[in-house]
Design a binder for this molecule. Sequence first.
Ligand SMILES: [Zn+2]
Length: 137
Amino acid sequence: MHELPAVLALLDTVQREARQNQFRRVSDIYCTIGELSGYVEECIGMYFESASAGTAAEGAKLHFRRDPAMLECTGCGYRFPHQKGFDCPQCGAPARLIRGTGTGFTIERIVGEGRAESERTDPASAGKAQSTGGQVS
Ligand SMILES: [Zn+2]
């Protein structure tokens, strides 16, 4: 359940990016999930699907990359991504987790389509302009 706020934040960023880049439609979103974040790809995908309905990001494909937590050796200070054990590959001493690593959920890249060409004025706002100054009796 805790993916929802992250998905909404993601969608916010995607929509902002889409506007800035004048994408009519977002086709691919590449993101990184920290292995310790507890986020599940399927859940993110599910929330995203319903939250993005009606936005430029609707139907966009999500691509996930797992971001490993980083460890630091207590013996030699060597830093390495967590894979299996907690032992330093350099000297064999135990390593400890570097706080804050492997917990994020970030967007790496957004791919969009349909760069707006000559649509500076959208018909909706042009139509509204005529209705200004209307009297209310
Ligand atoms: Zn070491």
